[in-house]
Design a protein around this ligand. Structure first.
Ligand SMILES: O=c1ccn([C@@H]2O[C@H](COP(=O)(O)O)[C@@H](O)[C@H]2O)c(=O)[nH]1
Length: 236
């Protein structure tokens, strides 16, 4: 599968998010609605995206007890989303409860099941975090792959990780296990708060299924041009 782009819509109001989507027009067809946009204008924004034929990744990173996360995941199906995520740290019982309940519900109501994805280690974190939290893994890579194994056993379709970890994830869990990779930074963009960063061209060579990219596009004075440059890098 070729590497695809998901643009992160992190905005304080609907009009800013909608303007960006309109500006990118047909260059991008997959958008991520995260915490800021969901809280400020979630329903309206998702409806706008879906009615314009766009795909939606609902990035609320659920992390709670199994019953709460499974119920929230089921509730989110009303938005007709294409991808949904939880934190793998929430545990294997939480993840398997989500996957079985979502699968049963979608089968029963003949709905297309959204991709179920679990966040391994946020791309804003590095080895310092593992040491600070006394996590007994040799490296971020080992930690991420271990969480990815638990995620796959729990019936999920893939993980959020850094593109740096994609080869190891694919080698261990197979090519069909999806990798959704934020922390993407073209050479010309600021790193901001991201730690485990990779350029779009490297991400494509590493075999990422989806790159998630926000500020290099959304904070640019010419978002359309920035998106085009990134797409060119992906297709080089
Ligand atoms: O590990 C993670 C998980 C999620 N994100 C989200 O992706 C975007 C990245 O935005 P940039 O502006 O390109 O940094 C953002 O919405 C995060 O919440 C992540 O960065 N890392």
């Amino acid at each position: 599968m070729d590497t695809k782009i998901i643009v992160a819509l992190d905005f304080p109001d609907f009009s800013k998010a909608a303007d960006l989507v309109t500006n990118l027009s047909d260059t991008v067809d997959f958008y991520k609605v995260g915490l800021e946009s969901f809280i400020s204008c979630g329903e309206k924004l998702i409806h706008f995206l879906k009615s314009n034929g766009k795909k939606v990744f609902l990035d609320l990173k659920f992390h709670d007890i199994p019953n709460t996360v499974a119920s929230a995941s089921l509730a989110s199906l009303k938005y007709d989303i294409d991808m949904l995520n939880v934190h793998a740290q929430g545990g294997s019982i939480m993840m398997s409860t989500v996957s079985s309940e979502i699968e049963n519900y979608c089968d029963k109501h003949s709905l297309q099941k959204p991709y179920l994805i679990a966040v391994t280690l946020l791309t804003s974190l590095n080895e310092t975090h593992l040491r600070e939290y006394k996590i007994n893994a040799k490296s971020t890579l080992e930690y991420v792959v271990d969480l990815a194994k638990i995620t796959q056993k729990s019936g999920f379709d893939g993980v959020v990780a850094s593109a740096r970890e994609v080869s190891a994830i694919k080698n261990t869990l197979g090519n069909d296990f999806l990798t959704v990779t934020p922390g993407i930074r073209p050479a010309w963009a600021a790193k901001n708060d991201q730690q485990r960063v990779v350029t779009p061209s490297e991400a494509s060579k590493l075999g990422c299924d989806y790159i998630v990219i926000g500020r290099p596009i959304t904070a640019s004075s010419k978002p359309y041009k920035a998106a085009e440059k990134i797409l060119e890098e992906l297709n080089d």
